[in-house]
Design a protein around this ligand. Sequence first.
Ligand SMILES: [Zn+2]
Length: 126
Amino acid sequence: MVKLRKCVGKENLQRLNYLYQIGNIYAKSNCKQNNLLSSYYTNLMISISKKTVQRLEPNIKRNICKVCKNICVPGKNCKIRIKKQKIQYKCNICSSSKNYIAQQTYLWFDQTQSVNEILDYSQNKS
Ligand SMILES: [Zn+2]
């Protein structure tokens, strides 16, 4: 018999997911005023994750501008360039840039031995 574990902070994870999705929708829209809404929701998501001590996934954190807290959508509000094994994200709104190493397994999170356990919370099993 499979013992189903309780998901700690499930409501907070759902709230973070919702805020990221709505921030992403506003960042992808064409109106410039929606960039303010996107940065507001993303800033709210970051503050909730800090308050509830839940880490954001590194791929999500890389998509957020560190200065204006806007979600970077390539082609809309940010440029991505690859220079000498580095990926450069440049925000078009605040013109800040950040660099990451362009190595596929640079993050510990991307390596296969980093996965310890996979929890399945699909509703069909219970
Ligand atoms: Zn920015």
